[in-house]
Design a protein around this ligand. Structure first.
Ligand code: ZN
Length: 131
């Protein structure tokens, strides 16, 4: 009986703490997981900002279309859409601070809208600078 007690005491004494190697391995695993997690969080944040920007652009365009339908005497043009945005104070369309411009009756963000490689800056008139 005493022999078993001594063995248990010896076993307990050996497993009291962690070795330095174990701590380094655990810390490195936590660092790798934190790095992967932070990239994932940043990517999802940028994706959500893109979605908000596209939805804001679409919503402003729909509001402009509704105003054009309500007032029969005006025709839709890019200048009127720009003026409509400025008159109604839609200054924070892009949460990332992109420059909003009007091209072919659509709002385009300098950061989030897909770029047309063949038509670089093709007549788009930037009217709003958000910094
Ligand atoms: Zn944007």
């Amino acid at each position: 009986m005493r022999n078993i007690y001594n063995r248990l005491r010896c076993f307990k004494r050996r497993n009291i703490g962690f070795t330095l190697i174990e701590l380094i391995v655990v810390a490195s695993i936590i660092a790798v997981l934190a790095t992967i997690g932070s990239f994932s969080v940043l990517r999802s944040l940028e994706h959500s900002r893109e979605r908000v920007c596209m939805d804001n652009c679409r919503q402003v365009e729909q509001l402009f279309q509704a105003e054009v339908l309500l007032k029969d005497d005006i025709d839709e043009s890019e200048g009127l859409l720009s003026q409509f945005i400025l008159d109604n104070g839609y200054t924070e369309i892009c949460p990332s601070g992109g420059v909003i411009s009007v091209l072919n009756g659509e709002l385009r963000c300098s950061i989030h809208s897909p770029s047309d490689d063949d038509d670089e800056d093709g007549g788009a008139v930037p009217y709003l600078f958000i910094y």
